[in-house]
Design a protein around this ligand. Structure first.
Ligand SMILES: CC(C)(COP(=O)(O)OP(=O)(O)OC[C@H]1O[C@@H](n2cnc3c(N)ncnc32)[C@H](O)[C@@H]1OP(=O)(O)O)[C@@H](O)C(=O)NCCC(=O)NCCS
Length: 313
């Protein structure tokens, strides 16, 4: 039996920031996957367009102390409404119904009859989190796999005639082409979100962004976007025009870009890939990437969640 909850749930306020930083610190001391967050990172996160200033975030408070947080945003995925959320609960207040109560508040944000689903991420070794989600009927629909490469293992791939791989010095000039390629190549992704030219321009202008493309004489056929830091080369995105996939272009592009970036044990390459993206996973294995970590994506329809909630407490 859970003890009777004596906490209240309310909307997020700007003056919660210090308490949120403290909550993250306590939670990440227990679960390394949660990770600490600074006040500046939190403010930045809340201000991201899809978070709408945190208007759908909720906090649980007990005796003036913040003991739980639900981050949440509603997104449109190809005409389907998905509410993404993340719960962070103070480790000393676990198993007291705080997570369930926060989730109930998120349910109240939506129209009851909509064909909406709830989605969240949980590391595959986070046993408490997985047990919580499975009890509420969430299904594991895919995983985000983190891979690392310490040295490129593939032999230099051969490009088709008249096709070249090259680095772009002022990437933001190609924002329109890159956004088009992104939106076409990732359209069937579970977590797909379309990018406007303006958004892509903003991303490509960020510090540390490195853009490589594969092109023929008339147009760009694919791009590879990387973030190069002193100790890590992060392969953020690679996409080939759907009409030109499986011709060796992706392999040649990734190989060219990673080789030029200079990978070794002190500066490995890393990336995230979906467990259901067989093509990309196979390509990364051939390049020399190995699995490092798995974060699972869980989903449940709103109606199923309402049903489970009714019998959960
Ligand atoms: C993933 C992607 C970049 C690969 O580029 P590509 O040009 O299609 O791939 P290549 O022709 O260079 O093939 C390289 C390897 O990928 C795998 N692969 C490519 N097409 C495949 C297919 N149709 N079925 C299975 N594996 C495939 C194979 O391992 C292949 O090596 P092989 O030809 O020696 O068997 C491209 O398919 C793409 O843009 N997909 C959509 C966006 C995406 O998923 N990006 C990666 C996100 S992490």
């Amino acid at each position: 039996m859970h003890s009777v909850p004596d906490f209240l749930i309310r909307s997020l306020r700007p003056d919660d920031t210090d308490a949120i930083v403290g909550l993250y610190e306590a939670a990440s001391a227990r679960d390394i996957n949660i990770g600490p967050i600074t006040a500046a990172q939190w403010t930045d996160f809340v201000q991201r367009p899809h978070n709408k200033g945190g208007q759908d975030f909720r906090v649980a408070v007990q005796d003036n102390q913040l003991i739980g947080l639900a981050e949440s945003s509603l997104r449109d995925q190809d005409g389907r409404q998905v509410r993404f959320f993340k719960l962070v609960i103070d480790p000393s207040r676990r198993r007291q119904g705080v997570g369930t109560a926060l989730l109930k508040e998120l349910l109240a944000l939506n129209a009851r009859d909509s064909a909406l689903s709830f989605q969240t991420l949980a590391a595959s070794d986070w046993r408490d989190g997985l047990a919580f989600l499975e009890r509420l009927g969430f299904l594991h629909i895919e995983s985000e796999i983190t891979m690392r490469c310490l040295s490129l293992s593939a032999q230099t791939p051969v490009l088709p005639d008249a096709v070249v791989v090259e680095r772009i010095e002022a990437p933001w000039h190609l924002a329109a082409e890159v956004a088009d390629l992104h939106n076409a190549a990732f359209a069937l992704d579970v977590a797909f979100r379309s990018y406007s030219v303006g958004e892509m321009q903003q991303i490509l202008a960020e510090e540390g962004q490195v853009l490589w493309v594969v092109r023929d004489h008339s147009r760009i056929l694919g791009y590879c976007r990387m973030e190069c830091e002193p100790g890590l080369i992060w392969l953020e995105q690679i996409a080939i025009d759907p009409g030109h996939q499986s011709r060796g272009l992706g392999m040649a592009l990734a190989y060219g870009a990673l080789q030029a970036a200079g990978i070794d044990h002190g500066r490995p390459a890393g990336l995230n890939v979906s467990s259901v993206n067989g093509k990309a996973r196979s390509m990364y294995r051939k390049l020399g990437f190995a699995i490092r970590r798995e974060v699972r994506r869980y989903s449940v329809s709103q109606l199923d969640l309402i049903g489970r909630m009714a019998i959960a407490r």
